[in-house]
Design a protein around this ligand. Structure first.
Ligand SMILES: Nc1ncnc2c1ncn2[C@@H]1O[C@H](COP(=O)(O)OP(=O)(O)OP(=O)(O)O)[C@@H](O)[C@H]1O
Ligand SMILES: [Mg+2]
Length: 454
């Protein structure tokens, strides 16, 4: 890459970063809209009586979201600066701001119609479902206008300084959307919606297209059977059966010392196994050495990041590709990593030891990705990080899944890890004690008590 491009990079990444924040604010809402569509057709085509609790939670979420988002400094700052620089946009911006207020009234109406619909099933269905369809349509239009017109326009007319200010606005204390307490509220609401959503809809974390194609993704990637592992005389894993399907996020939760890291190291070949079998993409791993496993696509991001602190960010990333030699492909992948993690581009010449904890975690993940993993083993990626950074790490994990990487995720942060997971396992003193879908585990009494603190 030429020096000139390097100079340009931070300027580009500033606006990219701001846009990412804004689009992220919309993502959850897109998923909810998707879910509403499904519930609508369930009601109209399958004549399924609506689940009042679920609808109520969804309306709560949208109402809450509209109130909060409408007043986030990020949005206000963006609208203000765009209006100043590009007065032609003022009417549209005004209309969008008003849209939230109208939406509020419509929600009230929807709640009433839902009650009537429940009391008069199935006669009340038609009015409710019409109103609901109109509402989701309007909301979609609104978000599309923001994403399709406001943001591209802002990208064109705003300066780097503008974007700097927009990003800074997000960091202002008590930002209603990003304040700790409010984020908790949103998370709780999301979890409740996930809990109430029928299994056949596939959960909130997935895109529509993925849900449709989900049956094909059930191909087994790794099958562990009867695995036992010891340190010296002491057996720490007993009779472990774990299955990971292609394209899944599988989460492993368990207390300190349960053996989570040991299980990951057994999979990556850093820890020998005493008994049992591991079959990866149809191949018995018994005789496959750790470095060969990396070449086959099994790549671990160890606990506590363990980046090479005395090497530059750039060299750390390159080391991730050591099984691949140096080629144009590796160069391209480096570029992709810098796009995925703009902060790493900015700090590419810094020593890894100079990075913050969150940045080191991103570097550790970037390094693993340079090996082109098919199965990525993540050992407590959120450990010791601030809530905002944790959210970002979990977002990246979701992105990786969307890119087709299968993920085995060890986490203490059980609620987030399970909300994200297709399936999960609970490990207690070296044994699998519970397994199920992410949603099943989230609502499992034992899990809630022991790992979710409920
Ligand atoms: N190198 C080692 N030598 C001997 N015993 C070990 C070694 N590493 C781990 N152990 C023991 O094995 C058990 C499982 O440890 P492991 O690190 O796999 O647990 P973990 O679930 O990852 O815990 P944590 O949440 O603290 O990371 C623990 O009892 C631990 O003390
Ligand atoms: Mg561990």
């Amino acid at each position: 890459m030429s020096e000139q491009q390097t100079e340009m990079a931070p300027a580009q990444s500033r606006s990219e970063q701001a846009v990412r924040i804004i689009v992220h604010e919309h993502q959850a809402l897109w998923r909810i809209l998707d879910l509403l569509d499904q519930l609508l057709s369930d009601m109209n085509i399958n004549e399924q009586e609506p689940d009042e609790r679920l609808f109520t939670k969804i309306f709560d979420y949208i109402e809450h979201f509209s109130e909060r988002v409408h007043s986030t400094p990020t949005d206000i700052e963006l609208y203000k600066r765009l209006g100043d620089k590009h007065p032609e946009s003022l009417p549209l911006l005004e209309k969008l701001s008003k849209g939230y207020l109208v939406g509020h009234e419509k929600l009230l109406e929807l709640r009433k119609l839902l009650t009537t619909c429940m009391e008069n099933w199935p006669d009340g269905r038609e009015e409710f479902s019409h109103a609901l369809a109109r509402f989701t349509e309007a909301l979609r239009k609104h978000i599309r206008k923001e994403e399709g017109v406001v943001i591209p326009r802002a990208r064109k007319v705003l300066s780097e300084e503008d974007w700097e200010q927009i990003i800074e606005a997000r960091d202002i204390e008590n930002d209603p959307l990003f304040g700790e307490r409010v984020r908790e509220e949103f998370r709780d609401l999301r979890h409740e919606i996930i809990n109430y959503t029928p299994e056949r809809f596939g959960g909130l974390g997935l895109k529509h297209a993925e849900r449709v194609s989900a049956p094909h993704a059930k191909e087994e990637m790794l099958a562990i059977k009867g695995l036992a592992t010891s340190y010296g005389q002491i057996e720490v894993l007993h009779d472990i059966d774990v299955r990971i399907n292609s394209g899944e996020i599988v989460s492993l939760v368990g207390a300190n010392g349960a053996g989570k890291s040991t299980l990951l190291m057994s999979i990556s070949g850093l820890q020998p196994m005493d008994r049992g079998s591991m079959v990866y993409r149809g191949k018995d791993l018994a005789k496959v050495q750790a470095d060969q496993r990396v070449a086959e696509g099994i790549v671990q991001v160890p606990e506590g990041r363990q980046v090479f602190k005395d090497l530059s960010v750039h060299d750390n990333l390159l080391l991730g590709a050591y099984t691949r030699g140096r080629s144009q492909e590796v160069e391209d992948d480096l570029e992709r990593m810098y796009t995925k993690f703009p902060i790493l581009r900015q700090k590419r010449h810094n020593l890894a030891g100079e990075l913050s904890g969150g940045q080191q975690q991103m570097l550790a993940m970037g390094r693993a990705l340079m090996a082109r993993p098919k199965l990525l083993l993540l050992d407590e990626p959120s450990m010791g990080l601030a809530p905002l950074i944790i959210e970002e790490i979990f977002d990246i994990i979701k992105e990786l899944k969307e890119e087709g990487i299968t993920i085995f995720l060890v986490e203490q942060n059980a609620s987030q890890a399970l909300a994200l997971a297709d399936r999960g396992y609970v490990l207690e003193t070296g044994k699998v004690v519970i397994e199920g879908t992410g949603r099943e585990l989230l609502s499992n009494e034992k899990v809630r008590e022991a790992y979710l603190g409920m």
